[in-house]
Design a binder for this molecule. Sequence first.
Ligand SMILES: [Fe+2]
Ligand SMILES: [Fe+2]
Length: 312
Amino acid sequence: MTIAIEQPQHIGIEVDDKSKVSGDTNELVLDGGFLMPETNSFGQTFRDYDAESERKKSVEEFYRMNHINQSYDFVKTMREKYGKLNRVEMSIWECCELLNEFVDESDPDLDEPQIEHLLQTAEAIRRDYPDQDWLHLTGLIHDLGKVLLHEKFGGLPQWAVVGDTFPVGCAYDESNVHFKYFKENPDYNNPNYNTKNGIYPEGCGLNNVMMSWGHDDYMYLVAKENKSTLPSAALFIIRYHSFYPLHKCGAYTHLMNDEDKENLKWLHVFNKYDLYSKSKVRIDVEKVKPYYLSLIEKVKIIIAHLGFFHIN
Ligand SMILES: [Fe+2]
Ligand SMILES: [Fe+2]
């Protein structure tokens, strides 16, 4: 079988399962044997922002605050502040357990503790891609940046931690959920920031683009600033997994470079597990914990980098 996409760099974890790659179509096989549930924790279809539910109003209010406040200057300030990574140290597992205290208010599909979501995602990937250890690990850690909600990490409001993400410094695309609230963002009428490319050259690569601030960019900074050797596909998944305008709607592709286009294929694989594992499938944490501890042990060099969260 032909390998149709670049595999991530080997990092001490198996990354070369070729069985999920279709050589004929240059596309990753997306089903991976994963049976997608039809409904979320509330019995509704996934990401239905119009569904009548107790959470509808709070989700909309969440996006109103998010869209008004996530300006270019705000993101720049937060990146400078949190990029110093100089306050807190903890292990990956401790961090997973810390997240148990929080429910993501932006998420219309999920009201389980976060550790359940991390393990649901990682376990679903593990079942379908048993040899892709790097992707299991990515599943386990992708949301750890939500510790920003914790007072130890600054106790940021939900609108500065979770929810869909989008580039700042260029025009907001209309595919963003609750787009109308961007009209109250100071950047909306700023001629430097409200054109299609804004401050960015076409095709500059997403790693040169400032994204709205939240757990995705924070965890990416933690991995990057600690010189993690995670493959670039893993870093891409971590930074853009909430970038639904891109990976669901195909917006903002004019800012991508060739490496982004390759990595986007892995993000599409990952996203299905991130989204559809949010159902009433309960994980026995104590039962699966030894596997993930052994995985962390197996990649102890990487975890030594990743396992320390330093923030200002
Ligand atoms: Fe997330
Ligand atoms: Fe997630």
